[in-house]
Design a protein around this ligand. Sequence first.
Ligand code: C2O
Length: 546
Amino acid sequence: MNMELKILRTKVHGLFSYLITVTIAVLACVGAAPLLIPDLTKCEIASASAPAGPPVTLYFNCCLPIPDGPMVDFSFEKYKPTTKHIRRAAHTASEQYIAKINKAYELMKALPETDGRSFQAQANLHCSFCNGGYPQRGVSGNIPVQVHFSWLFLPWHRWYLYFHERILGSLIGDPSFSLVFWNWDDQINGGNRVPEMFTRVSTSIYDSNRNPNVQPSTVIPLAATTAANDSETIVTNKNLNNMYQSMVTASTATLFMGGAYRAGDDLTNATVLNAPFGGAIENGVHNGIHFYTGDPRTQLLQDMGNFATASRDPIFYAHHSNIDRLWEVWRYDMPDGERFVHTDPDFLNAEFVFYDETGQMVRVTAKDALDSKKLGVYYKKVRSDDLWINYNPPPITNVSAVPAAIASGVPYVGESPLNGTINIGTNFSAIVKRPAEKKPSHKLEVLNIQGVQALRDEFFAIIAFVNIPGAGPTTGTASAEYLGTFNVIPASGKNRHLMANIKYEIGDNLKRIGIEKEEELVISLVVAGSNTTVTIEGLKIDYEDK
Ligand code: C2O
């Protein structure tokens, strides 16, 4: 804020305009502030429950050990990288490297849980900041800290991996030790399978709480609607389109990284239309991989399918290394040039806490996570990215479906507030008006599925299409009519009630289909994976800033 003020001040001439600028800046600060690290002595027992089947509630003591020494503030000076950490694709790791990573986790797992570097404490960092382990500091009321479902998602997880990697490296005396990434988006070189190294029973990176059908020979479906009998080519094309829609066309910070989350924001008690907004990368493929890996024989899809237990599986860190890598690719390697991350001070100054390789607690901010190279973290380039960057989703329709939809009684739905909510059942189609004015070139056309509510008792997915009235769970997702999927993994306790808004860039889709001149569109929503009741409060097509 200070810096911005200074710049503004030099740009603005005259005392009067200067005063106005200051007043606006001060007003903007009132009622908004970045998330602060919580008071770590105020830990609450986190819980997760599954009401389906014989109901079960599990309680997790995710409380973090508090070391004797003082908490330090992160600085690039103090944590200067002595060497580069070059993360590679897990499926390309040598036997020698696999032995090294196993050794590192073996030593981490042998540490007592009172040690912040231990595997248990590392897993608890995730559980406590997702399942309500700590209330926010400096706000009134008991509002849990939540590092998912918003713009905090990418920086928090980057920091998490950064310290986790340093701890593993120091345990084996190798400061250049680097995590591997699970290259599940790679559809040519075999990355789209569970990396074999994680399937070796009784090694330190194996976890028995995994879906038994998740085996190295199966191609990982990134789309929730992938049918068991889909051929490998169909699965691959659906995967490429999922990547294309979440990485290439979700080009703004909000669409890709997620929306604002500030001190005092309460996901468990928000108005649904103001609910924080998860980005395409998180809601789509990230959640999809969690669901896919979690063990359906456990009620809570443990370990990976539930945020309370996800990071008890060492494959979690390889999954998130890929998410972190994709953030870099999204930012620097897209055909439209460099993209921009959030610059809101409440994003930049959000604070988190981790343990470093000495077990000391470190306070960090989101802004220091924005340059991966400055943290010494690099990713080995993979050619397979080009496949989804250049994917051309083929249209399966070529004229507007609106007349047919009107003829068959598909209703018009407008933006919120409507008269009540709409239960979308297993599938729902609506005709939605586009903005009357022409789109300015600095804007994107975005569909907003407003006020989505459901209970996250089981996994389900909300899949969106344009121009396919009556789309259902078997409608393919490899084509230009597919907008994206919101994969909802089970969550309970404080996070059981899902409230969300979902946004998709649609301009690219309309152009490919050839309906970019139409005034109205058919939007279809499909619920797959379970019979959960999903309601929405409206559908709105709007222009948003790039
Ligand atoms: Cu913190 Cu992949 O979740």
